[in-house]
Design a protein around this ligand. Structure first.
Ligand SMILES: Cc1ncc(COP(=O)(O)O)c(C=O)c1O
Length: 499
């Protein structure tokens, strides 16, 4: 058994203290930092709260409050009679930001000689941001471990124990029937999608769905309507297929269909995020939805509806999916579990017009065959038994709290100078405040301080773009948000953050 007494005290003494925060919060942040940075490995035993209190000259209540919060997040476990231990394996084992893949321009230049013209285009495509794992507002380990995923873990464990031959042999390319049925039922009740289970094809991710659609429906040189600003991964997937993304402006009603008609009347496909435009956050109005479907009908084009985070609406009623009002079979609907549950799940789905199911199922046998069956079987049960619906309700509360904390902290910081993007739905918002006029420089400076807030202007392909920062408020714990906002404000003012 590893004991961490000396290591922990050493680590805690090394960390600068932020004297403005309450003592329990400072201790909590220090221990959490030591765990997430790998300084305290899984399985380490912590000294007793009495010892910690004595050594650190704080009260035992302070120690208990800090450790209690870490236990609630699943980072510490208590064993009766033996004290607290660092969790052996939390699902999102800490990854240091510097271990993440980053573009390496010289290596890319060397490789470029061997790449196809399309490959070179793909490498040249700006891939701004994503959120950075392990950073505040990035895909933070701590934020994910606060998500109530226990029923999911139990379900995976049960299926892993049972693992019947059926889960070990090659699976159907369109997915396990039980999962396809559960997805069809879920999409019908929550999103007004009209489909039979046979129309569902399980894929690894939204990106995978887009790549398949591009392979099967687009010829090189075909034009694709892309929201401007829009989702860089979608733009890159179309580019990789040799298609030409045509930027179509977005306003407060979402994609401007008349601008699309002018820019590319002959478009073969329109990629849209109607329930929560990515990244601006607007909802595509009903008039625009009808207009887009009318254009698709006239032009014989497809509409790819990316419904990536529609589960998270905090106010008002969501508009049903466009798929549900499409009478002509022009809409391909994409939903994902990666955003709702966790990024590494790698399970998403397409709901297709019936004639497209067979080609998509066959095309995907050429890429990765099928999504791992263990995940599919566990997910089918997770949905069918109502755990997913329950998780969604709890997540909505968790993210609403994080959103409210973020709005309160940002308002306290910038007051009347603050402009936040739509906040009724989703997991992120745009932020404009003094210092965001040069959003790229601000984003780079924030990144250097461990804060992942991508620059909005990087999501534009053609126009110079609006300047703002994207804040993924859902990826930060309420206790951390005021400190993160304070640190961001210092970055924007050009004064270095404390500690
Ligand atoms: C617009 C959009 N679509 C889809 C996704 C989820 O993608 P995936 O299923 O590929 O993880 C994201 C994630 O951030 C997104 O921003």
């Amino acid at each position: 058994m590893k004991s961490s007494g000396g290591t922990l005290l050493h680590l805690l003494q090394q960390v600068d203290e932020d004297h403005d925060a309450p003592a329990y919060l400072r201790l909590y942040r220090q221990v959490r930092g030591a765990i997430l940075s790998g300084g305290l490995p899984g399985g380490s035993r912590l000294p007793s709260s009495r010892t910690l209190a004595r050594e650190l000259s704080v009260s035992r209540n302070t120690v208990e409050a800090a450790l209690g919060q870490l236990r609630a997040e699943g980072l510490l476990a208590r064993r009766v009679g033996s004290g607290s231990f660092v969790a052996e394996a939390f699902p999102d084992a800490p990854r240091r930001p510097d271990r993440r893949w980053r573009p390496d321009p010289p290596a890319m230049a060397r490789a470029a000689g061997g790449l196809s013209a399309r490959g070179r285009l793909l490498m040249a495509a700006e891939r701004p941001t994503d959120t950075v794992a392990g950073m505040i507002f990035g895909a933070s380990a701590g934020a994910v471990s606060a998500i109530p995923l226990e029923p999911w873990r139990r379900m995976v464990a049960r299926h892993a124990r049972r693992s019947t031959p059926a889960l070990m042999l090659p699976g159907a390319p369109a997915g396990l029937r039980a999962l396809r049925e559960a997805i069809a039922a879920h999409a019908a009740t929550t999103r007004g999608v009209r489909c039979g289970w046979e129309q569902v094809v399980v894929v690894a991710s939204t990106g995978h769905a887009i790549a398949l659609a591009a392979q099967l429906l687009l010829d090189p040189g075909d034009r694709v309507w892309m929201e401007e600003p829009g989702y860089p991964a979608a733009r890159a997937a179309f580019t990789a297929a040799g298609a030409i993304p045509v930027p179509v402006r977005v306003d407060a009603e979402g994609l401007d269909v008349s601008a699309g008609r002018l820019a590319a009347p002959d478009g073969r496909l329109a990629y849209v995020t109607p329930s929560h435009q990515y990244p601006l956050g607007h909802t595509l109005s009903l008039d625009r939805r009808v207009a887009l479907l009318a254009w698709a009908r006239e032009a014989g084009a497809w509409v790819l509806e990316d419904d990536y985070d529609s589960e998270f609406r905090y106010a008002g009623r969501p508009l049903a999916a466009m798929q549900g009002i499409d009478g002509e079979g022009r809409v391909l609907y994409v939903g994902t579990f990666n955003k709702v549950m966790f990024h590494a799940l790698r399970t998403a789905y397409l709901i297709l017009p019936p004639d497209l199911v067979e080609p998509f199922a066959r095309a995907r046998t050429l890429s990765d065959g099928f999504v791992p069956l263990l995940t599919q079987a566990a997910l089918a049960e997770f949905l069918a038994d109502g755990h997913f619906a329950l998780l969604l309700r709890r997540l909505r509360e968790i993210y609403r709290e994080r959103r409210d904390c973020f709005v309160a902290a940002a308002t306290a910081e910038w007051g009347a100078e603050l402009r936040l993007g739509p906040l009724e739905a989703g997991l992120h918002a745009t932020l404009e405040a003094p210092g965001t006029e040069n959003d790229r420089a601000a984003s780079d400076a924030a990144l250097a301080c461990g804060i992942s807030v991508p620059a909005l202007s990087r999501y534009y392909a053609a126009s110079p773009g609006r300047r703002a920062l994207l804040v993924h408020f859902a990826n930060a714990l309420p206790a951390d948000i005021p400190f993160a906002v304070d640190a961001l404000a210092r970055v924007l003012r050009g004064t270095p953050p404390r500690g």
